[in-house]
Structure formats: structure tokens, C-alpha cells
Design a protein around this ligand. Structure first.
Ligand code: MN
Length: 129
């Protein structure tokens, strides 16, 4: 059983890479190019996991997080920040804000999907080689 993962990312190269890696890991992938589009996608179909950039136009990753956490129907969807903010302290700031996880850019093709697996319910984890 695989998961439905929503990737919210304004950089199209990063979006395509994340999508490719998640599809290769056996997941179904939804995409959105900013936070507002991302929230609209969540309303259409709640994903099992959200992977979200922080710096985006219209609505950033923190805005997405806030909107999800104040909606009881959506608050339990795990949301992982993927960000170029990788100075000491940035991970702690992201986790303190309420994100379930933190992955620093650049996206590592070898490990990206596996890093995200831990945030899925076990029944939805793709079969790992
Ligand atoms: Mn961005």
C-alpha cells in the first residue's frame, strides 16, 4: 500500500525532483506551486502526507502549517518542511513551529523518499528494497 503525498513547492525543478522520487518510491503524488494552491488541493483530497517548502509566494510554508493546524479535520495530516534554511537552529525553529519533520535542501535523491517514509503510518509505507 502506498501513500498519497502532496508536494507544495514554488521551485519547479525541486517540485519535479520531489515528485519523481516519490513516484519512484511507489507513492501517488499531488503537487502545488504555492501555499494557497496547496491548501486548495488539501480541501479537494486530503493527502496522507504533506511535503512543504517554506519560502513561497502568496502563502508560505508557515502559513500552510497554521491553516492546517487550526482545521480539526486536517490538523492530523503530517507536514514536513523541505527548506534551504539550513543554518544551525533552523531545524529546531521549524519543529518548534509545529512541523512534524525537517529536511534540508538540496534534495538528496538517494535518501529523500526514505526520509519521508518515517512520517507515514506504517500501513502506507512503500515497500523498501
Ligand atoms: Mn521556495
Amino acid at each position: 500500500m502506498s501513500a498519497t503525498v502532496l508536494v507544495i513547492e514554488d521551485n519547479e525543478a525541486n517540485l519535479e525532483l520531489a515528485k519523481y522520487l516519490l513516484l519512484a518510491a511507489g507513492h501517488t503524488v499531488m503537487t502545488a506551486l504555492d501555499g494557497q494552491q496547496g491548501l486548495a488541493a488539501v480541501q479537494r483530497e486530503a493527502p496522507d502526507l504533506i511535503v512543504c517548502d517554506l519560502q513561497m509566494p502568496v502563502l508560505d510554508g508557515y502559513g500552510v502549517l497554521q491553516a492546517l493546524k487550526k482545521d480539526a479535520a486536517l490538523a492530523s495530516i503530517p507536514i514536513v518542511a523541505v527548506t534551504a534554511f539550513s543554518m544551525p537552529g533552523d531545524e529546531q525553529q521549524v519543529l518548534s513551529a509545529g512541523f512534524d519533520g525537517y529536511i534540508s535542501k538540496p534534495i538528496e535523491p538517494e535518501t529523500f523518499a526514505a526520509q519521508l517514509e518515517q512520517f507515514l503510518p506504517s500501513r502506507l509505507r512503500a515497500v523498501q528494497r
